[in-house]
Design a protein. Structure first.
Length: 369
């Protein structure tokens, strides 16, 4: 019989061995006779809207490292400890979205993500917790440093594993939280004001091509919003290196994707453009992006039977999405608490994405429709 559902504990300082015992029993990760006797907690990750804590667990009986149960560690994800960032998480529904993803969608897609033992929140507040599998050993990607072409290939394959299983699935419309058209339209309406604040704060660190891209996108936004001709599928929407854990041994998963706070319906190549537009310096991106998109498209066709979406349309949707990392950088940098690394990350995203849009002549492709 499944154990009673645990209560919501949204403050890492209030986590107890008893509560972790209840969570793991409820999830079936430990049996009814096993208890967490103590733990050691340590902060991990670089997230700005969430706070991640690793708990190294001790049990009241010897831990069997060869068995499938009794995890040695778990990761709990809470809202940000920074008040401004937590408020942004509430206002943008990011906490609600991540809980809903694990509740309604995760089991229907193939992308590698942490197993979620427990997810709960108090709607309309920053009171949220997710208790997840700890992906060890793994190395977090670095948005500022970028990645290798080989690592990018892994990310592209995982993107197809997210998009392919529910490609164009009309039943996705039954998940009201997933259709964020209203949110996108609201962001478009706010864009010019946000852009002005972004430039005022970061103008000295923005490349000329980036300063030109902001007003350029404002003129193109109505056309982008009006054209929804391609099939939609669940997309991550923040598909970047900081949200990727790369395996560091042959036995580990090659890549695990985390941070499911921004999932929504959109065209699949939007995740690919978001990723490639921020993961590389321009010269490296130019050398590999078309081959990587061909690899993505091939996976959709061969693994998921997406045979009514020609590569030319895939490329078009990719180019039309080339401003996406720039937009995220502008909005997120204003909404969350400011840090030195955050500034470096947002500048890398903005400048690389703007150059990508220029290289691909995105305005002409968008205007053509």
């Amino acid at each position: 019989m499944t154990a009673a559902r645990p209560s919501l504990v949204a403050d890492p300082d209030l986590v107890t061995p008893e509560w972790l015992t209840q969570v793991l029993r409820h999830a079936g990760a430990i049996d009814a006779g096993t208890k967490v006797s103590s733990f050691e907690a340590s902060s991990i990750g670089t997230g700005q809207v969430g706070a991640n804590v690793r708990y190294a667990l001790s049990y009241d009986r010897p831990y069997d490292h060869t068995g499938p149960q009794a995890p040695a560690t778990v990761v709990c994800k809470f809202s940000s400890r920074d008040a401004a960032s937590a408020a942004a998480g509430v206002a943008t529904l990011t906490y609600e979205t991540e809980v809903a993803f694990y509740r309604d969608l995760a089991h229907t897609v193939d992308i590698s993500r942490p197993q979620c033992h427990f997810a709960e929140l108090r709607s309309g507040t920053a009171d949220v917790v997710l208790v997840m599998e700890d992906i060890m050993p793994a190395a977090q990607g670095d948005q500022v440093a970028g990645c290798t072409v080989q690592q990018a290939g892994l990310a592209i394959e995982e993107a197809a594993r997210l998009h392919g299983p529910r490609w164009g699935d009309p039943t996705l419309n039954e998940l009201s939280w997933l259709d964020r058209v209203g949110t996108v339209e609201a962001m478009a309406a706010m864009y010019e004001a946000v852009w002005g604040t972004f430039v005022e704060r970061y103008g000295a660190m923005l490349d000329p091509v980036t300063l030109a891209a902001g007003p350029q996108f404002a003129a193109l936004a109505p056309k982008l919003l009006a054209d929804r001709s391609s099939p939609r599928t669940p997309v991550h929407s923040d598909y970047r290196l900081d949200n990727m854990l790369f395996g560091t041994s042959e036995a580990a998963r090659p890549l695990t994707i985390v941070d499911w706070q921004t999932v929504r319906l959109d065209v699949g190549p939007s995740d690919v453009a978001y990723f490639l537009g921020s993961a590389f310096e321009p010269e490296r991106r130019r050398s590999c992006e078309r081959d990587l998109l061909i690899r993505y498209h091939r996976a959709l066709v061969e693994d998921y039977g997406v045979d009514d979406y020609p590569f030319d349309e895939c490329w078009r949707d990719y180019v039309r999405s080339s401003y996406s990392s720039l937009l995220m950088a502008a909005f997120a940098s204003i909404l969350v608490g400011r840090t030195d690394r955050g500034d470096a990350m947002f500048m890398a995203m903005a400048n690389r994405s703007a150059q990508m849009a220029a290289d691909l002549d995105a305005p002409a492709v968008i205007k053509k429709g």
